[in-house]
Design a protein around this ligand. Structure first.
Ligand SMILES: [Fe+2]
Length: 460
């Protein structure tokens, strides 16, 4: 038995293969672009490297592309053939990969959590559990998952920084903003290349409405994250959000065109960033030109994906915004499961929340705002099931507010906006929309107060 760089026993033919595997893990944790190249070297040094094949399968699953699903399954099959002489921990990884290939995110996450009880230094299991908890909307589990293993990671070792970076994000998603910021800043100080930790602190600034602090944080840390994989685009998107809230629209378009949508990729996260920004701009009466078309082209090619409901919903908005309603109808037709008895986690979420929200998006783009609201109201408290962060799911909250205002349902819009200004007291746009709702109700004096509050926030 060999040992990986975090001290875990590992089945391998040579030290060389393990060294390359270690480099793959480090690159993966740092969202580095050379991750795949290191894995290739590991499997080149030992074509039967068991964890190498598991890792390959995991990476294909993380792409969330239907065209790569069979490659993930092939990796699982290859690992299964090599599973005669492996450890119990390695066997759990294989079981987790097989469950994930079957679409069972609950089972694979449970497998990783089981590994972590016995092997709290299995940072691969930790990162993958973090990812799946995130995309199942299980914020609290994200936090507890890391809290369980934290005592086994010293701050001054490489993995210790990455674990703190993940913990910072989990703290933020659980509303513990002070601790999230401290932990994230500590992780970045330990390792300036920890893009996820940088991102966690950006979330704190976003949620708290610290727009200028957020921009300055991302400028200050840019050298550490700008070279990483497409997480860098998501971080550029976060920076654009700060500029959007300051009404600096030229800067938003610059970041859109030159940074986070420059390579017009097919990646669901890249598309989601772009959709979430264009929607905000248009909803603020800003002309976005022809930018929807390329997003809608990508979305139209993926109407029957359903690998991640979070992605489906962004595809649906791209189709609606570009007036491709026939494609949107076709997409809805493929969302036919009732979710009963299926092992596939995302299929269940689609049946319980995703399909209804997609129908609401369709109604919204048809101008049937009252119907859109009727569909959304009973499910909005369960939207967290689609996963993603609070900042990402905020798009659906804003869509509901927009529908309420367009439907002239001013009392409901006012209630939603009081809810929003309570949760996000520094949100300039929310105060402006609250003024609009109050005006609609004929409550001119309160509307004026809300408008003045928005002006004061913008000037601050
Ligand atoms: Fe984010």
């Amino acid at each position: 038995m060999h040992q990986d760089c975090f001290g875990l026993p590992m089945t391998a033919a040579s030290h060389e293969a393990v060294d390359h595997y270690d480099e793959t893990l480090r690159a993966f944790l740092g969202y580095r672009r050379d991750t795949g190249a290191h894995l290739k070297s590991a499997l080149g040094a030992d074509p039967d490297l068991f964890m190498g094949h598991c890792l390959r399968g995991y990476f294909f699953k993380l792409f969330t592309l239907p065209t790569l699903e069979h490659k993930a399954r092939e990796s699982a099959e290859k690992a299964r053939k090599l599973s005669k002489m492996i450890s119990a921990r390695e066997c759990e990884h294989l079981e987790a990969l097989e469950a994930w290939c079957a679409g069972d995110m609950i089972e694979c996450t449970e497998r990783w959590e089981r590994i972590l009880i016995e092997h709290p230094r299995d940072i691969l299991a930790l990162r993958l559990a973090h990812y799946c908890h995130f995309y199942m909307g299980h914020s609290f589990a994200m936090r507890t998952s890391i809290a369980r293993v934290l005592p086994y990671w010293a701050a001054n070792e490489l993995g210790g920084g990455f674990v703190r970076g993940m913990y910072a994000f989990a703290l933020e998603e659980n509303g513990d903003y002070g601790a999230a910021r401290d932990t994230g800043e500590e992780a970045v100080a330990l390792n300036p290349g920890d893009a996820w930790a940088v991102h966690a602190v950006a979330h704190v600034h976003e949620t708290q409405g610290n727009r200028r602090d957020g921009i300055s944080w991302l400028k200050r840390t840019e050298a550490g994250w700008k070279g990483c994989n497409n997480l860098a685009y998501h971080i550029w998107w976060h920076r654009a959000l700060f500029h959007f809230e300051l009404a600096e629209h030229d800067e938003v378009f610059h970041l859109y065109d030159a940074r986070f949508r420059a390579d017009v990729s097919e990646d669901y996260l890249d598309i989601s960033n772009a959709v979430a920004m264009l929607w905000r701009l248009e909803n603020n009466d800003i002309d976005v030109g022809r930018r929807w078309a390329e997003l809608a082209d990508k979305a139209e090619a993926r109407i029957s994906d359903h690998l991640l409901v979070f992605a489906d919903l962004h595809f649906a908005i791209a189709l609606g915004a570009d007036k491709r309603l026939a494609a949107l109808d076709e997409m809805i037709e493929t969302m036919h499961s009732n979710g009963d008895g299926v092992r596939n986690t995302q299929e269940k979420v689609l049946a319980q929340v995703g399909a209804i929200l997609t129908k609401a998006i369709r109604a919204y783009y048809l101008g049937e705002y009252v119907f859109a609201l009727r569909l959304m109201r009973p499910i909005m408290s369960r939207v967290c099931a689609v996963g993603g962060s609070h900042a990402q799911r905020d798009l659906f909250t804003q869509l509901q507010i927009s529908a309420a205002l367009k439907a002239k349902k001013y009392p409901f819009a006012r209630a939603l906006l009081h809810e929003r200004t309570n949760l996000r007291p520094n949100d300039i746009r929310a105060w402006k929309l609250l003024a609009e709702a109050l005006d609609g109700e004929g409550r001119g004096r309160e509307a004026e107060e809300a408008r003045q509050h928005a002006e004061a926030l913008l000037a601050a």
